[in-house]
Design a protein around this ligand. Structure first.
Ligand code: NAG
Length: 324
């Protein structure tokens, strides 16, 4: 009968068909609106940076795997090596500014250390017979596998430090630090190895240009040690990106990065001035009064994220904000 009707009156079929599509559309639309996400393209990844050694030089990569503990590219992992004193206290560029000139890279199971006027030193990534050192990173305890006496002598000589320095490596079976112990706004489940607090920090080129335009001598992005550098957006656009997608990675903003004296170390010379760009930043990037209990007097520059969905991202990938 239906067929007969269709054959007899093609116009009726069109109406019925139209109503069916409209009803289906309504149903889907309802479902779509309720569950889907609003996706907006807000920028492009211009650099991906891994800092395998805390306070050391960045290693730019074209592709990075983003895991819960942060970036990885082959054997390189972000902030998985740390300089410590013999009693395990972390040593960063705050105490030893020339650390920013030390580069650590990995290849074929070996670690390579380089620094100005130093011979390259290599040693195995895995040294299971070396002792594990109990370390302190800010106010929390974490372990690290000692990288050996030769590395210790190399670092101590390079830094000209009055105390012996050692290098430790965070291994996968070790217990990572809880971010919440340093910053109460982090979810209690979040962990990091040797970063200050977050697995991922991102910053836009436009924000760095904005800061530079206010200074006599400009600054570059390296000084701020982000993992993800973003182009094609307005200055400080990243401040309002709560949830973002890059490649197959989903990131969740937790807080702004409150800046310290480390930003006053010149990444090209390893000289600390303790002044700029911190003073300029403080002139216009202090937090709202309602957030003073979180940031105190630290100016805000860059955003700290946790990894909501692990995956891979590439230089050139679009950055999308996700909202519901
Ligand atoms: C820098 O950013 C501020 C917002 O904090 C904006 O008002 C100002 O116009 C920007 N300046 C430049 C040169 O982009």
């Amino acid at each position: 009968m239906g067929l007969k009707l269709l054959a007899a009156n093609p116009k009726a079929a069109l109406v019925i068909g139209g109503a069916g599509v409209a009803l289906l559309g309504l149903g889907l639309g309802y479902k779509y609106l309720r569950t889907t996400e609003k996706v907006v393209r807000v920028g492009v990844v211009s650099q991906l940076l891994i800092h395998p050694l805390k306070s050391g030089r960045a290693v730019p990569v074209a592709v990075a795997e983003c895991q819960k503990l942060g970036f990885r590219s082959g054997e390189l992992r972000d902030r998985h090596w740390l300089v410590v004193t013999e009693d395990g206290h972390m040593v960063t560029a705050r105490q030893e500014p020339r650390l920013v000139l030390v580069s650590l890279s990995c290849d074929g199971g070996q670690v390579y250390l380089n620094g100005p006027n130093m011979d390259e030193l290599s040693f195995p990534i895995k040294q299971p017979d070396n002792p594990i050192i109990d370390c302190r990173v800010f106010s929390s305890d974490i372990q690290g596998r000692d990288c050996g006496d030769e590395v210790s002598r190399w670092l101590t000589r390079y830094l000209g430090a009055d105390k012996t320095c050692r290098l430790v490596h965070f291994e996968p079976q070790m217990k990572a630090r809880r971010s919440v112990d340093s910053e109460p706004v982090f979810p209690p489940s979040e962990r990091v190895a040797y970063p200050d607090v977050a697995p991922v920090m991102l910053l836009s080129e436009a924000s760095v240009e904005n800061l530079s335009s206010k200074m006599e001598k400009g600054v570059t992005v390296e000084r701020f040690r982000p993992n993800i550098v973003i182009s094609d957006c307005e200055p400080f656009a990243e401040d309002s990106w709560e949830e973002i997608q890059i490649g197959s990675v989903r990131l969740q903003r937790v807080m702004s990065c409150g800046r310290c004296i480390l930003t006053t170390v010149d990444p090209e010379t390893g000289v600390i001035t303790r002044k700029e760009p911190l003073e300029t930043l403080k002139s216009y990037r202090l937090c709202k009064p309602s957030e003073k209990h979180i940031y105190k007097s630290a100016p805000l520059f860059g955003q700290l994220h946790t990894v909501k969905r692990t995956g891979t991202m590439r230089v050139g990938d679009a950055v999308y904000t996700i909202s519901r």
